[in-house]
Design a protein around this ligand. Structure first.
Ligand code: PLP
Length: 337
């Protein structure tokens, strides 16, 4: 029962079958039919001109940031953003840009804060050129942006000629939880990255979306980073399978997360918990437990969770967590003293 992350999902038998049946070609030559189909389906779904299949979400984010900026530029994002804290300093390494991290609410930032952080046209200052949002926000406990705020941020970007990128690693979770559509997001952002390797259950892969001109440039950067794959269709086939079979079921993960949250909140050792909007639970563990002793106790019961800070534990539900596993988990939590 691995609740450490939704990256621990493994391909189902049916997904493996889909891989075996995949039509493939050389994707660096643009000749892999499964990759081309996956890119076409995703760009149509989001109403965006073009898409690019990438090996990972980190790579698709980094490609987007590289294409949208020049060395020495400044990128505005939350201080909790994956692009800032979990991509190995990639913004500096790949794009030569620097970050203006903003304190926000659970990894979400506001239009007012973005506007206040834009540098004036002054030689002392880095040129602000890009804003990155994350939805759902991972370190914010899988929370979802208020779409009205995103529209306001878009307006600020328009009036200052800034590009707007979305790290939508778990965007399908957000769409489901808020009953929004992919097209709404496609209309607002210059580029969107969506992970296939999280709750959608693919072994790898991410999709980058944008205009034709943007994706042409992105394809060039992907090649430079060594991310141009040959018979990538075997992997793209897992994405095609997941889009058909693993999107609606994310609602089950959300229900599982809420059920576990409900039982945790009945226990005295549970401190502050971030609102559970999708498939991520982040909560404080109080004395006599600590995040580490709590994690180690559950590990002995066959339940893996992550101690993510000196005070907090994270649990993530996904396709590898069945209703029976949730039953067992809540039973163990109920009997902890
Ligand atoms: C997982 C994740 C990514 C990308 O991760 P990869 O493992 O490189 O695919 C990007 N952003 C967020 C918010 C994530 O959770």
């Amino acid at each position: 029962m691995d609740y450490r992350s939704d990256t621990f999902t493994k391909p189902t038998q049916a997904m493996l079958e889909a891989m075996l049946q995949a039509e493939t070609g050389d994707d660096v030559f643009g000749e892999d039919p499964s990759v081309n189909k996956l890119e076409a389906i995703m760009s149509a779904l989001f109403g965006m001109e073009a898409a690019l299949y990438c090996p990972s979400g980190t790579m698709s984010n980094q490609i987007a940031i590289k294409v949208h900026t020049q060395p020495g530029d400044e990128v505005i994002c939350s201080s909790l953003a994956h692009v800032y804290i979990y991509e190995g300093g990639g913004i500096a390494f790949n794009a030569g840009a620097q970050v203006r991290p903003l304190e926000g609410d659970r990894g979400m930032i506001t239009a007012a804060a973005v506007e206040a952080a834009i540098n004036p046209d002054d030689v002392h200052k880095a040129r602000t050129s890009l804003v990155c949002l994350e939805n759902t926000a991972n370190r914010g406990g899988g929370c979802c942006y208020d779409f009205e705020e995103i529209l306001k941020i878009r307006e600020v970007c328009n009036s200052h000629q800034l590009k707007l990128h979305l790290d939508g690693a778990r965007l399908f979770n957000a769409l489901l939880a808020t009953e929004q559509t992919a097209r709404q997001f496609g209309e607002v952002f210059d580029s969107i990255s969506v992970c296939l390797n999280k709750g959608l259950g693919c072994p790898m892969g991410s999709i980058l979306l944008g205009s034709k001109a943007f994706i042409r440039e992105a394809r060039r950067v992907r090649k430079k980073l060594g991310g141009g794959l040959r018979q990538a269709g075997y992997m793209a086939a897992t994405g095609l399978y997941a889009l058909e079979h693993h999107v609606d079921r994310l609602a089950e993960d959300h229900a599982h997360a809420k059920r576990i949250a409900h039982v945790l909140l009945e226990r005295e050792f549970t401190g502050h918990m971030l609102p559970v909007e999708t498939n991520i639970l982040i909560f404080e563990v109080l004395a006599p437990w600590s995040p580490v002793t709590f994690r180690d106790y559950l590990a002995k019961e066959g339940i893996a969770v992550m101690a993510i800070s000196p005070t907090q534990v994270r649990m993530v539900t996904h396709l590898g967590i069945t209703p029976a596993m949730v039953d067992k988990t809540v039973e163990v939590i109920r009997t902890m003293s």
